[in-house]
Ligand binder design. Structure first.
Ligand SMILES: Cc1ncc(COP(=O)(O)O)c(C=O)c1O
Length: 394
């Protein structure tokens, strides 16, 4: 009864972890959640007010399928202002979150059996978008000892004539790695040479702590086809509003609009009005949130490096740390062997009531993902708990 397509894909296990934490909390258990994938701040007030105004004025109906012209114009202005890249409104599609844009883009760019390069550790949804489009993920390693930059030797080995697409995600979920301009330019060279389309997932562009962010398209001197995907979710603490967008060549955007129009009619009308304010109004709240994330990151990394036999690269962006916990795989807890990051994550939850996410789900076995989208008290307490749990292992 259920199609093969469904059996090919995995459920979103990061959302499952969120549900697990919520279930424990509902039982009154004091859980520290370091599994979260969204800012803990409320959406800034000016954005909330714009949404209220939209509702009060009856802006509660369908909009054009690819998004309001007003919003697509605001996105063009933003892309020029912040990213230095020039687009016209017919090169923009607004979707119900970047996830929706990414999924539609894979539907548009892949035929059955086409291959798509992703880099591990990867965001959990990338392989599933590809499989949902009847494509095949080609997983290329990154070098954990070199801040998770791509392993170009591995990329060379895995090139086939069937590859059509490459997904770049910098800053990365789950590692927080920010790839430098040389690395991205080198990837663009491959894309241009091999005629791959590049999807650049820039969802965390505003959360880069030690340098200025540069969009992949801005670096594109090669003539490669790049589809830029950005989101309001993380930048403006708007995960629940579901607004993201894609910017690229008019033929790709038009094709995405054709699918989106049939799949969901249009993005949320009130969210779109809020998004106009978010992109065009004061950007001060973004800077304030970023400063808080930077302080939290520093605290988390400092506490993590104090734990015996755990190492962690300093993540340059997003709000995740991806420590190496491989030393503890193969140890025992009360005679029970812990062999995988999944079992370790489960053990940490059971023993010290702290939610982490196993690296294996991101193709990064030997690691766990910790989110610092939670306050400093929780970070300090959560890492102390993890330290205590690890110290019990034999
Ligand atoms: C790398 C990456 N891309 C895209 C998304 C999706 O963002 P949105 O809320 O805009 O759908 C996420 C959300 O966690 C993400 O981590």
């Amino acid at each position: 009864m259920i199609s093969d397509r469904v059996h090919r894909i995995q459920p979103s296990f990061t959302l499952e972890m969120t549900a697990k934490a919520a279930a424990l909390r509902n039982q009154g258990i004091d859980v520290i959640d370091m599994g979260v994938g969204e800012p803990d701040f409320n959406t800034p007030e000016n954005i909330r007010l714009a949404a209220k105004k939209a509702m009060d004025e009856g802006f509660t109906k369908y909009t054009p399928g690819s998004g309001l012209l007003e919003l697509r114009q605001a996105i063009c202005k933003k892309l020029q202002r912040d990213n230095g890249i020039v687009f016209s409104p017919d090169q923009i599609i607004v979707s119900n979150g970047a996830k929706h844009s990414l999924s539609t883009a894979c539907q548009v760019l892949l035929n059955p059996g086409d291959e798509a390069v992703i880099f591990s550790p990867y965001w959990v949804s990338f392989p599933e978008f590809i499989r949902l489009a009847d494509g095949v993920p080609i997983v290329v390693n990154t070098l954990s000892e070199q801040d998770f930059t791509p392993d170009f030797d591995d990329l060379e080995k895995k090139i086939t004539p069937n590859i059509r697409l490459m997904i770049i995600n910098s800053p990365s979920n789950p590692t927080g790695a920010v790839w430098d301009k040389t690395t991205i330019s080198r990837l663009l060279d491959y894309a241009s040479e091999e005629k791959w389309t590049v999807i650049s997932d820039e969802c965390y562009e505003k959360l880069v702590y030690d340098e200025l962010f540069t969009s992949t398209e801005k670096l594109n001197q090669t003539g490669a086809t790049v589809l830029t995907i950005q989101s309001l979710s993380k930048t403006y603490a708007m995960t629940g509003w579901r607004i993201g967008y894609a910017a690229g060549s008019p033929d790709i955007i038009k094709a995405m609009g054709k699918i989106q129009g049939q799949a969901t009619s249009c993005p949320n009308s009130i969210g779109q009005k809020a998004a106009v304010e978010a992109l065009s109004g004061s950007q001060e709240p973004v800077e304030e949130m970023k400063a808080k994330f930077r302080t939290r990151r520093n605290l988390m990394i400092q506490k993590l490096t104090d734990i015996k036999n755990v190492t962690c690269a300093l993540p340059g962006g997003a709000f995740y740390a991806f420590p190496d916990i491989s030393y503890y795989l193969g140890t025992n807890s009360n005679g029970k062997k812990i062999e995988t990051s999944f079992q370790l994550s489960d053990y940490i939850l059971e023993s010290v009531r702290t939610v982490t996410v196993a690296g294996s789900g991101f193709g990064g076995e030997g690691h766990i993902r910790l989110s610092y989208a939670t306050d400093e008290k929780n970070i300090a307490e959560g890492i102390s708990r993890i330290e205590e749990a690890l110290s019990q292992l034999e």
